[in-house]
Ligand binder design. Sequence first.
Ligand code: NAI
Length: 343
Amino acid sequence: MSHRVTLIPGDGIGPEVTKATVRILEATGVKFEWESFQVGADAFERYGEYIPKEVIESIERTRVGLKGPVTTPVGGGFSSINVALRQKFELYANFRPIRNLPHIPTRYPDVDLIIVRENTESLYSGLEHEVVPGVVESLKIITEKASTRIAKFAFEYARKNQRKKIHAIHKANIMKLSDGLFLRCCRNVAREYPGIAYGEHIVDNTCMQLVMNPYQYDMLVMENLYGDIISDLCAAFVGGLGFVPSANLGDHCAIFEAVHGSAPDIAGKNLANPTALLRSSLLMLRHLGEFDASTVIRNALEKVYRHREKLTKDIGGRAGTSEFADAVIEEMDNAKAAPAAVP
Ligand code: NAI
């Protein structure tokens, strides 16, 4: 059986980390039929559309996407393709596990945190306008429906995966109506799960608490903007943005991508660490029911980090993106060739 997957390599470091990831995925022997598309500025130049309709049709068909990062111009230009895809397919839950890979020295070992970010509203609604010259308004949308849905997602995940505690992160002391509604929805859902401890922290305090002691948290649920910012902060616990995967999940489809962006500072130089997209692809493999392949890649990845010979520059190594991928594939081949353990 082969899996049809919509592939969006993206731009900047996207094509490099996507190529590395696809090579490793294919080396597992799992069969994929990739439907590959450009989006963003590259697509506009070629097809006159930022998100060609073929991409939408493909995701509607395959229901699974693997996506590299896509650049969004700052302070003008076109709106985020990433946000547009999440909204279009109602990928309401952005699931971001923050876990150390063994053998990577970091300030905090054994971090195991789950960030659940609401992915469809808040200040990402794109509702901005100039009221009068010199005054602009950005609208933050928070709805009962989306807040309840994301809280339920978080608590259901906790229940199924034996997580013990969820904190809702907010700024309801200032945004009394919007974040107040988000909190009320979280409290209502929390009451349905008496076995899971529930807490609330204000977002600015959360940043300080995380840096002081990330172990005090287990799962964090929050609206879109806070989730975006806190994910990058937490990436620093586990080696940086080169390590953190994510899954954009909806009721009908899912798109897997790294937390990081297109990293224009290192793009096209074979310097990017593909681990974050590779770990996102492991979430995809599990979503597709390919648990063995996911374990094979994870074991090989851990060995590459243990041997430390083929690490990328962000983690103090000298290997390029493609050499790193070669090393992971080599470890997978070594594992296949190893004699079976005596029972
Ligand atoms: P960024 O995540 O692209 O880069 C931040 C820093 O982390 C840079 O120093 C970069 O070199 C480093 N970095 C990121 N990924 C890395 C990797 N795999 N290996 C080694 N180093 C890595 O964030 P930035 O610079 O704020 O954003 C650049 C562009 O990416 C912007 O246009 C932004 O809108 C877009 N973006 C796209 C996302 C997506 O497609 N989902 C997510 C975040 C940003």
